[in-house]
Design a protein around this ligand. Structure first.
Ligand code: MC0
Length: 136
């Protein structure tokens, strides 16, 4: 079901500084910057050299958002893992039937036009997990 690691999401306080860190240290390529109001973030996608997986940098739009609360509780660091799937609706049905709590019962809008859905970290060993159906 999981095709590849699409991205690793990293919570940061200052998006511009984080972008410069990942470009400067690793030479990653900045491919997009978006505001996702529904998710409460402004975010950037930086491609690895394979071009098919990304570092996603996430700055909260407000303290009372998922990433804002995460920063307050844990500080900067890895926030979630996003796995590519062929069909996010089918994957949600299968994973839900296996007893994992679905944060999103239907897909939402994600980076680069993807359809995304989150799974609860409490049922996955403390890892917030995202399913990503990339835009074709
Ligand atoms: C919170 N918890 C986490 C966590 N965030 N555990 C692992 N990884 C995280 N990122 C844990 C807390 O430590 C706590 O555990 C429990 O969840 C409740 O935390 P809370 O701070 O009270 O937060 P809640 O319950 O209000 O919400 C947690 C939840 C939420 C994961 C349900 O953050 C959520 O709905 N996330 C999905 C949406 C999201 O993260 N969007 C931002 C990225 P204990 O054990 O102390 O109870 S948007 C994105 O990434 C888009 C742009 C994209 O990829 O395209």
């Amino acid at each position: 079901m999981l095709l590849t690691i699409d991205h690793v999401g990293i919570a940061c306080r200052d998006l511009d500084a984080a972008i410069e860190r990942y470009r400067g240290v690793f030479g990653l390529t900045l491919v997009s910057q978006e505001v996702n109001a529904e998710q409460g973030v402004k975010e950037a996608m930086l491609a690895t050299s394979s071009g098919s997986s990304y570092v996603q940098l996430l700055e909260p739009l407000a303290p009372d958002t998922p990433v804002g609360k995460f920063l307050e509780r844990r500080g900067e660091g890895m926030h979630h893992v996003g796995y590519a799937v062929a069909d996010v609706r089918a994957a949600l049905a299968e994973i839900g039937a296996a007893g994992v709590r679905l944060i999103d019962s239907r897909p939402r809008h994600g980076s680069l036009g993807a359809s995304i859905a989150f799974l609860h970290p409490g049922d996955l060993g403390g890892v917030l997990t995202e399913l990503v159906q990339p835009l074709r």
